[in-house]
Design a protein around this ligand. Sequence first.
Ligand code: XBP
Ligand code: MG
Length: 249
Amino acid sequence: MTKLKALIFDVDGTLAETERDAHRVAFNETFAAHDLDWDWSVKLYGDLLAVTGGKERMKFYAKQYHPSDPPLSDQYIAELHKEKTARYQEIITNNPIPLRPGVRRLIEEARAEGIRLAISTTTSPENVSSLLENSLTADAMSWFEVVAAGDIVEAKKPASDIYDYALKELKLKPEECLAFEDSGNGIRSALGANIPTIITVNDYTAHEDFTGAKLVLNNLGEPDQAFTVLAGDAGDAKYVDMAMLHKMI
Ligand code: XBP
Ligand code: MG
């Protein structure tokens, strides 16, 4: 029997609902500050999430939605993104975004058991630390042995590179880990690295294809707030805890 050794968490949409009210707002504030006639509505942003990575998303948007405008240089996109990143951090520091149900409980339980923790995300590393320090605990970065984030790999999710990198750094086999994701791009990335994956959906991702997931849930649940199983078999469990995860793997 394989022993579960590490949990690897996606960030945006999985640990916290950061996209609509933090990333999106930071993009829009940056566009306005640069007199760019771009405004990403809640609905449009949902469509744009198909492209992972802020720089990649802006490039895609410019090409698809403003095809006759002169193309923006990589340098200008990088400048916009740097500013967007600073604005994002300001937003989540001033108004911390709560962790999703069950996230803190599961992470604390895993730590207490000596289960290793890692992050695998498309967003920039400084955004990960801002979120975790503001929404989990001040020294949260020391809780995660590996933070695989942003441009550390060339190809972002749905490519498996970021999970391959996390596995390499953890020196673990994929079957010794479990990944937690919220999106179709995320699960393709994790499964591409052969890591069993649990999905917690959100409003932006609920309609996506989660073929191959161990479980698809509305959230991780809490002892007094059972999860809803959308696909897969959770047995008798009503919320995700370490006992349930050890049985699953
Ligand atoms: C989600 C993303 C990110 C964020 C924006 O990452 O695709 O691009 O929307 O962050 P994940 P950046 O779900 O993998 O955590 O602007 O820093 O890319
Ligand atoms: Mg995500």
